[in-house]
Design a protein around this ligand. Structure first.
Ligand code: BES
Ligand code: ZN
Length: 596
């Protein structure tokens, strides 16, 4: 089985890390973490060194043993694009534990240091984002999804702040700013996470709860009240939750993603606090990762769809369980729209090869694989399998898959073999290799793409037709619509409209002032394309105050299409950029600054 990871310098076949002990001080004044990383090593015969990944770390000293002062010789290699620098440490014959004294750079790519004004409560804030290969910018370690380790951490923070990690959390503020953490299940490096801020906790269920700034906690607890139901639904579908507690942490708005499945403590954007629980499928998604991704992990970033496609499928099943099929079919419909749009766009741009499920990211940033292909094509492949063999067989198969492969990694090839054996032959069926290959190794969308029928969206289509043939917006039957219907409505509106039409819809439905970030993004894109300037103030305000890349890319993307828009994009970006995480600026710099 080829588990080779092109995005790490580590040589786990020679020496591999098994456990990590962090002892860190969080220095807000100079924006660094400093301290030691102790690493327990498993060595193969004949190995004389261990190679770790680092990125812009200041490696000061390396010692052998848990306590001793015996210094080891080490070398930090040249920095290469995306990957950072290998740290090679010479080991003595009997060395099975090393201690690395180090400090992070103020520019560490995983870390975002927020000024007090960037938070709800005017306090300093720090959070990490390690996926895909940024853990190495705050910890020297073997940064490959195929390498798992347990960890402990002692973290010193300013006395008034609270620290949280992807681990067993203390749940209460300490008096002296010292916090201790343990993660007893082995995890890959991309799931290492830390956040520090003025945080409070509110319990939601027996083993669920939410952390947020005091100003946000009430809204958050309301929005996520159904978390326990989701966890129950997930367990009833695919087996026990294996991580003990499941809590959420609501971050300030500069968090670059919707959510990040850090084990035991999912990080989420505040842009899902819509006030009506309409965007909580994102929580179902991150929760589902506790099985797909965190338990059974993609062996390398070319197999990213094994993490995300499975998770979108599982997310959809949780939503069906909790809110019914009609609801989950709206989500599936939006997913198929996204998929079709992105496949066309990628082909147009000559990126057809990236529309295969199995990617080839060697020499590129793993970020390039973060497209709708892994998520939505992955989802529809699993849905195709479900529809081919029937839901009962498929569910039994998936439960078993998570169980048998728990705390292990999986490659695409390994999955096809497992699938052929356990879903097909074990049920007396012939694996449909031709169809599997079309999904996984061919570009575009296969003939066997399942179709989605959503009656609720059909009604939206009808409403748009009625409006186009002259019915006043006030006479459309929109009373029962959820935000998903509204999102679909805005997305289905024609690309070219005159300003009067936009104004008429805006007056009737209040799109410019919607609190739903998904609907707002779709609306702003439409406003930009049609020079609807009434939305400009909201546009600027949203861009300056939101760091979620998924929203920023289409909005700035629409702006840079015209000369005038480009000018405006540059002006706003100048103001907004200090509020964005590296993950977002890395994408946006190329779009806005480097385009002349
Ligand atoms: N694990 C991803 C986020 C991620 C992927 C970060 C790759 C870095 C590299 C997370 O589970 C995710 O998919 N988040 C989505 C939300 C989801 C509902 C599609 C997001 O942030 O938009
Ligand atoms: Zn995900």
């Amino acid at each position: 089985m080829n588990t080779e990871d092109h995005h790490t310098f580590a040589r786990p076949d020679m020496a591999v890390m098994k456990h990590l002990d962090l002892d860190l001080t969080v220095n807000f004044d100079v924006k660094t973490l400093s301290g030691t990383a102790g690493i327990e090593i498993d060595r193969q015969d004949g190995s004389s060194d261990i190679i770790l990944d680092t990125k812009a770390l200041d490696i000061q000293e390396v010692f052998a043993g848990r306590e001793g002062e015996e210094a080891l010789v080490f070398n930090v290699g040249n920095e290469s694009d995306h990957m950072g620098s290998p740290l090679t440490i010479m080991l003595n014959d009997d060395t099975d534990y090393i201690r690395i004294v180090y400090e992070t750079s103020p520019e560490a790519e995983a870390l975002q240091w927020l000024e007090p004004v960037q938070t709800a409560g005017d306090q300093p804030f720090l959070f990490t984002q390690s996926q895909a290969i940024l853990a190495r910018s705050w910890i020297p370690l073997q940064d490959s999804p195929g390498i798992r380790f347990t960890y402990s951490a002692n973290v010193q923070v300013p006395e008034n702040l609270m620290a949280l990690m992807s681990a067993e959390n203390p749940m209460e503020k300490s008096d002296d700013g010292r916090y201790s953490f343990r993660m007893e299940q082995p995890i890959p490096a991309y799931l290492m996470a830390l956040s520090v801020g003025n945080l409070v906790f509110e319990s939601l269920g027996d083993k669920t709860g939410v952390y947020a700034e005091p100003q946000t906690i009430e809204k958050a607890a309301y929005e996520f009240a159904e978390l326990d139901k989701m966890l129950e639904a997930a367990e009833s579908l695919y087996g026990d939750y294996r991580w003990d507690r499941y809590d959420l942490l609501v971050l300030p708005p500069s968090f670059p993603f919707g959510g990040m499945e850090n084990p035991r403590l999912t990080f989420v954007t505040p842009t899902i606090l819509a006030g009506d629980r309409s965007l909580t499928s994102l929580v179902a998604h991150e929760l589902a990762h506790s099985w797909s991704g965190n338990l059974v992990t993609n062996a390398n970033w070319n197999d990213f769809w094994l993490n995300e496609g499975f998770t979108v499928y599982f997310e959809n099943r949780i939503m069906e369980e909790v809110y019914g099929r009609e609801y989950s079919e709206m989500l599936a419909n939006l997913s198929q729209e996204d998929l079709r749009g992105e496949v066309d766009e990628m082909k147009e741009k000559g990126n057809g090869a990236d529309t295969k499920l199995k990617l080839d990211l060697e020499g590129r940033s793993p970020d390039d694989g973060m497209t709708s292909i892994a998520y939505d094509k992955g989802y529809f492949f699993l849905r195709y399998l479900e529809e081919s063999v029937g839901r009962d067989k498929f569910d039994a198969f998936l439960s078993d898959y998570f169980n048998k492969n728990a705390f292990k990694t999986m490659t695409t090839e390994g999955f096809v073999e497992y699938l052929s054996e356990n879903l097909y032959r074990a049920n007396g069926l012939d694996p449909d290799t031709v169809a599997f290959n079309a999904w996984i190794y061919s570009e575009g969308l296969p003939e066997t793409l399942p179709s989605v029928d959503s009656d609720r969206f059909a009604a939206v289509d009808q409403a748009i037709k009625d409006w186009e043939s002259g019915t006043s917006p006030y006479d459309l039957d929109t009373k029962e619509w959820s935000s998903h219907e509204w999102l679909y409505f805005v997305r289905q509106l024609p690309d070219t409209m005159d300003k009067k039409e936009l104004k008429q819809l805006d007056e009737a439905f209040g799109f410019t002032s919607t609190g739903n970030s998904e609907v707002l993004t779709a609306w702003l894109v439409l406003a930009i394309k049609n020079n609807y300037n009434d939305a400009n103030d909201r546009l600027e305000d949203f861009l300056v105050n939101t760091g979620r890349r998924k929203f920023l890319v289409p909005i700035y993307g629409a702006m840079v299409e015209t000369e005038e828009g480009k000018k405006m994009a540059k002006e706003i970006y100048k103001k907004a950029r200090p509020n964005y995480h590296f993950v977002s600026t890395n994408t946006l710099d190329k779009m806005i600054l480097e385009q002349g």
